[in-house]
Design a protein around this ligand. Structure first.
Ligand code: 5GP
Ligand code: MG
Length: 178
């Protein structure tokens, strides 16, 4: 079993690169059907979603635009739920089909906040695409339109996700060894 150490914690592989690729392809296939002719605008939430977005968008074959925003609420291995401002949005969303791209939805608080910040910008439609979703941790009741994979609770790293800055470059997803 592949293991890595990041700072003080040990992690072992939980989802391999091949399995991730299949999940990304599944999301891309659906988006390619649903958004044909709609020229959607992908809003990628940095930093975590950068690898998912890169792989996803290479599989998106319809015309689309891509922009990046930043909103972070995580520090260490526990969500702080201090929701910061959404920065970097300089696109006009009026009448656009927007797809917010996230790495992971845990409690759902961060995404709810992001969606609220986009609401007054009069997009035609705002949908959510996330690679990972922790259903047992989710505390909200909005719909998540595209989910790559549902995963159990527990802290993970790799494929864009970090533990205090480390681990984003790992091609597989690792879970913390308790
Ligand atoms: P939420 O507000 O849904 O609880 O948390 C969303 C954000 O917390 C994600 O965008 C991500 O940055 C971070 N997050 C949630 N779960 C994990 C995890 O297991 N590992 C890492 N590295 N970040 C996580
Ligand atoms: Mg994130």
């Amino acid at each position: 079993m592949k293991e890595v150490q990041l700072h003080d914690r040990h992690f072992s592989v939980s989802i391999g690169a091949d399995e991730i690729d299949k999940a990304v392809q599944k999301v891309a296939d659906k988006i390619n059907i649903d958004y044909e002719g709609k020229n959607p605008l992908f809003l990628v939430v940095l930093n975590g979603a950068f690898i998912f977005a890169s792989d996803l968008l290479k599989k998106v074959t319809i015309n689309c635009e891509i922009s990046f925003v930043k909103l972070s609420s995580y520090s260490g291995t526990e969500s702080t739920h201090i929701v910061r401002e959404l920065i970097g949005l300089d696109e006009i969303l009026t009448d656009r089909y927007v797809i917010v791209v996230e790495d992971i939805i845990d409690t759902g608080i961060t995404m709810e906040n992001t969606i609220q910040k986009l609401k007054h910008l009069q997009a035609a439609d705002v949908k959510i695409a996330t690679l990972l979703f922790k259903p047992k941790s989710f505390r909200k009741n909005y719909n998540i339109d595209y989910i790559g994979m549902e995963i159990p609770n527990g802290f993970i790293v790799g494929y864009g996700l970090d533990y205090d800055g480390l681990g984003r470059n790992l091609p597989d997803i690792y879970k913390v060894i308790e």
